[in-house]
Design a protein around this ligand. Structure first.
Ligand code: GDP
Ligand code: IMO
Ligand code: MG
Length: 430
């Protein structure tokens, strides 16, 4: 029995939350290993909707351990607020079930302030970040100025580090014409919440080592998607962390040998929130129809998601760079009733045919998709729970995708509801 890592294969919002929640019935521990509250993962269980940002999507299942790994950037106020909201929905959360890595980096008010100010300063070159402070917090981490969960237990160190950090950010904020911040006020606010945050603090690498040694099954939950990976995505229109499965090892503190099967969550079409290249985008009635049928509005910012056809070349690339073994294909039901469906199999760039997304910004923006046209199906796939319930046209579409991306579809999702899921192969057994 192996562990399983779930990562997004497109630009995020592929339905990772739903699949992680579904798979977590087979796991003992669910671990977030990168990103922060820029993520928005929606679970629908018997009609009840849970929106998670920082909490692992296994949190709603009693008896599971939820872990926020060291690779996550954590806004402590956002975390406490989310714990409260989810508790109000009847979910039990306690230090026995939620573990926060003591070496995780904190997102502080200076990070969201700089995120917002830097976006405004980019003018036409805006990334369209979530303005949650994700990028600036990761910058501080690698610049070795970051403040970590464990610093909350050492007030003298915290005070000293905070003063240096805020001085650094104030220089930036001043230069960007934004309001400066007071390090003493942030110190006081942090002291107020330190006891509660520290109650969840944990030596996560040890917890995971124990879990591994006692035969527990670990499910690693990625946020965002491979095209937002800081190395392999459509840079600079990306997030500030690595999304690839390899990050599950560094972002949790576990051997890469223990990652196990890597499941790439993949939407049956493509969406993107924020700016940046999107070769198969449909700024027409097709895009509108996909957006309306798929309810494509961001869980975190409420922004309308850009929509387009399935891009097999893009997913194939994500499979390679992300280390994906097989995919969970979601939102197949959104394609019901389309007379014809297009699938991108490669691109034309400056008169040449290529089967990959190049790294250059101008090259990425100039890609012209090459499409195959596929006959749609008129029957409904919505809520289908077995392969036999699917219309022949939908089965053909899934099989064709498998061929184009050279990877198996191990799970299929046919509605937002937890149980509207078709299992072809149990990833924990692969
Ligand atoms: P995540 O960020 O990858 O977890 O995805 P989000 O939760 O941000 O966005 C996916 C949206 O699609 C959510 O509203 C889900 O409830 C919904 N969803 C997930 N799977 C399916 C599916 O198979 N069909 C439909 N129609 N909706 C789905
Ligand atoms: P989940 O986990 C979709 C996008 C933002 C922006 C870019 C950088 O729900 O799939 P950031 O705030 O991270 O610096 O923004 O990344 N982005 C996401 N898009 N789903 C997400 O998460 C995202 N997290 C960040 O829209 O384009
Ligand atoms: Mg999302």
């Amino acid at each position: 029995m192996s562990n399983v890592a779930v990562i997004g294969s497109q630009w995020g919002d592929e339905g990772k939350g739903k699949i992680v929640d579904w798979l977590s019935s087979r796991a003992d521990v669910v671990v977030r290993f990168q990103g922060g509250h820029n993520a928005g993962h929606t679970l629908v269980i018997d009609g009840k909707v849970y929106k998670l940002h920082l909490l692992p999507s296994g949190i709603v299942r009693p008896g599971k351990i939820s872990v926020i790994g060291n690779g996550v950037v954590v806004d402590p106020w956002a975390l406490l607020k989310e714990i409260e909201t989810v508790r109000e929905q009847g979910v039990e959360i306690s230090p026995a079930t939620l573990k926060l890595a003591e070496n995780a980096t904190l997102i502080l008010p200076c990070h969201s302030a700089v995120d917002g100010a830097a976006e405004s300063a980019r003018g036409k070159g805006q990334i369209g970040t979530t303005k949650r402070g994700i990028g600036p917090a990761y910058e501080d981490k690698v610049a070795r100025r970051g403040i970590r969960v464990c610093d909350l237990a050492e007030p003298d160190i915290l005070k000293e580090k905070l003063e240096r950090l805020v001085t650094h950010h104030n220089a930036l904020l001043k230069g960007l014409g934004a309001e400066e911040l007071d390090h003493e006020a942030i110190f006081k606010d942090l002291q107020d919440i330190a006891p509660e945050i520290l109650s969840y603090a944990d030596i996560v690498w040890k917890t995971l080592d124990d879990a591994q040694n006692t035969g527990k099954k670990i499910l690693f939950e990625g946020a965002q998607g491979m095209m937002l990976d800081v190395d392999h995505g459509t840079y600079p229109f990306v997030t500030s962390s690595n999304i690839c499965a390899a990050q599950a090892a560094t972002g949790a503190g576990i051997s890469p040998r223990h990652i196990g099967y890597v499941l790439g969550i993949t939407k049956a079409y493509t969406t993107r929130v924020g700016a940046g290249p999107f070769p198969t985008e449909q700024e027409n009635e097709v895009g509108e129809k996909l957006g309306t049928r798929g309810h494509e509005f961001g869980t975190t910012t409420g922004r309308k998601r850009r929509c387009g056809w399935f891009d097999a070349a893009l997913v194939k690339q994500s499979i390679k760079t992300g280390g994906i073994d097989g995919i969970a294909l979601t939102k197949l039901d959104v394609l019901d009733g389309f007379e014809e469906i297009k699938i991108c199999t490669g691109y034309e760039l400056n008169g040449e045919k290529i089967d990959y997304i190049p790294s250059g910004q101008q090259a990425q923006a100039s890609l012209k998709p090459i499409y195959e046209t596929f006959e749609g199906w008129s029957e409904s796939t919505e809520g289908a729970r077995s392969w036999a319930d699917l219309p022949a046209g939908a089965v053909k579409y899934v099989k064709h995708i498998e061929e184009l991306i050279s990877a198996p579809v191990t799970l299929l999702s046919t509605s937002p509801e937890r149980e509207d899921t078709i299992l072809m192969q149990d990833p924990f057994s692969l």
